[in-house]
Design a protein around this ligand. Structure first.
Ligand code: ZN
Length: 282
């Protein structure tokens, strides 16, 4: 029997919810959401609607939208949904047991974040960034991430440091288990977490989009041997943050981005292809 790639990628909806819940707990996010932490506002700031007191029915509706969004987002981050995969509305509506209109809302939000591409008459596809777009993403990251670290160091608290170290522990653990999907997702999330903790919601939002685009680029252009961020580089960056050394932190981040970029094959071929040489038989 043919396995539906969407079902394979998104799995059992209930199971997925509990997995995401576990991650939130391990990251201590649930506790933070209750407190007046800048992170608590992040999810609401990403929502397409302003946060307000909602009736229970309305709250239920928003949670469902966010849950579906999160499941598709994580499946893309973890390379369970590959760039270029068609996201068929009816099937997603079946999988998540919601209306097609709800799925369309979620797809529109993902499209707004450039993670999904919508084509008239053809539907929605997981984005497939071109080499040119990939180079743009790195240019943007080189501008944004040093600013993120400067702001994070200016607003340093032991709690923020603890969050970064906690996240790093999850990453180290995933590497030890050789869980490549988790490693790719957690490496991307390290950069978004730093931006969230820096406390500028506009930077955090951009960083979240740039990290997921980087994950798609890693899938498309990475050399087969490497997986996203190098093992020890995040911990060196965290150490520089702990020492409140913005110059060192920024330098390490730029080197880190160089390493990620150079592990991808992003050269555009401008030379003319010698067809004769390719097809000449020995
Ligand atoms: Zn990294």
């Amino acid at each position: 029997m043919m396995t539906d790639p969407l079902i394979a990628a998104l799995g059992n909806a209930k199971q997925q919810v509990s997995t995401i819940g576990d991650q939130s707990d391990r990251l201590g996010r649930s506790a933070h959401r209750r407190a007046s932490d800048p992170l608590a506002t992040l999810n609401s700031s990403m929502s397409t609607r302003p946060r307000r007191k909602a009736s229970p029915a309305r709250l239920q509706r928003e949670n469902t939208h966010d849950e579906i969004y999160e499941k598709i987002y994580v499946a893309i981050l973890e390379h369970r949904l590959h760039p270029g995969t068609k996201l068929v509305e009816e099937r997603l509506a079946d999988i998540f047991n919601v209306s097609r209109a709800r799925i369309r809302e979620v797809l529109a939000r993902l499209a707004h974040e450039q993670i999904v591409e919508l084509f008239p008459q053809r539907g929605a596809y997981v984005a497939k960034p071109t080499i040119e777009q990939a180079l743009d993403v790195f240019e943007a990251r080189r501008l944004i991430e040093p600013a993120v670290l400067r702001r994070l160091i200016e607003t340093f608290t032991p709690e923020k440091l603890a969050r970064l170290r906690q996240h790093q522990d999850l990453e180290v653990d995933a590497r030890r288990r050789d869980d490549k999907r988790a490693v790719i997702r957690l490496s991307g999330e390290f950069h978004s977490l730093a931006a969230e903790l820096a406390g500028n919601t506009a930077l955090a939002r951009s960083m979240r989009e740039l990290s997921v685009l980087t994950c798609l680029m890693i899938f498309l252009y990475d050399a087969p041997t490497s997986i996203s961020c190098r093992a020890d580089e995040h911990s060196q960056i965290i150490d520089a943050i702990a020492k409140r050394d913005p110059v060192r932190a920024e330098r390490l981040m730029l080197e880190h981005l160089d390493h990620i970029e150079s592990s991808m094959k992003l050269e555009t071929t401008t030379e003319e292809v010698d067809l004769e040489a390719i097809f000449r038989t020995g």
